[in-house]
Design a protein. Structure first.
Length: 56
């Protein structure tokens, strides 16, 4: 009979400190943001697009 795999010990992550970090809505645009992943070959084009929209 095959041996059973030993269970790994589950370590509990410490909870985040309340109030830690920058408050939401205090960035350059005054609103919440979202991180997105884009292909590397499009990064420069996206930055150019954003600069054109922001510098109107």
């Amino acid at each position: 009979m095959p041996k059973k795999a030993a269970k790994k010990a589950v370590t509990k992550r410490p909870s985040k400190r309340s109030g830690a970090g920058r408050p939401k809505g205090t960035g350059k645009f005054g609103c919440e943001t979202k991180v997105i992943r884009v292909p590397l070959h499009l990064v420069d084009e996206i930055y150019d697009f954003i600069r054109r929209k922001v510098n109107r």
